[in-house]
Design a protein around this ligand. Structure first.
Ligand SMILES: [Cu+2]
Length: 131
């Protein structure tokens, strides 16, 4: 009886120690004076991560997340607005957008705004997903 109670406590303790962040993570990003509020984001891999991006500027911005090849395509791309893909967002002036992404493996990506001059001005950051 004592032994089974001990095992039950172990099971309960294991459940209590499972971090909530492993089931779903959230990230808040501000945009002000054409800069992201954070330039490095660490997220857990393998769970949904919801990003909420607030644009406090009176002009539109973007948050495009991807690898170097993806960013190179967008530097010379012709899409004026991004709305159809969860990793490519246009955040209109004075507004908030949310998106949820799951990173299936450990990876390092960059995010940036590809509106003319914004990357060079510093609208870029690094996202690291790992288990
Ligand atoms: Cu921008």
């Amino acid at each position: 009886m004592i032994r089974s109670a001990f095992l039950l406590l172990l099971v309960l303790a294991a459940g209590a120690c499972a971090p909530a962040a492993r089931r779903h993570a959230t990230v808040d990003i501000g945009i002000h004076y054409s800069h992201y509020s954070i330039t490095r984001i660490d997220v857990p891999a393998g769970v949904p991560v919801t990003f909420t991006i607030h644009n406090d500027d009176p002009i539109d911005h973007e948050l495009l997340l991807g690898d170097p090849a993806m960013h190179e395509r967008h530097r010379t791309g012709a899409e004026p607005v991004h709305a159809a893909r969860p990793d490519e967002l246009t955040i209109p002036a004075m507004s908030t957008r949310t998106t949820t992404l799951t990173f299936p493996v450990a990876m390092t990506l960059t995010y940036m705004c590809h509106l003319p001059g914004h990357e060079a001005y510093g609208m870029t950051g690094v996202l690291v997903a790992r288990f």
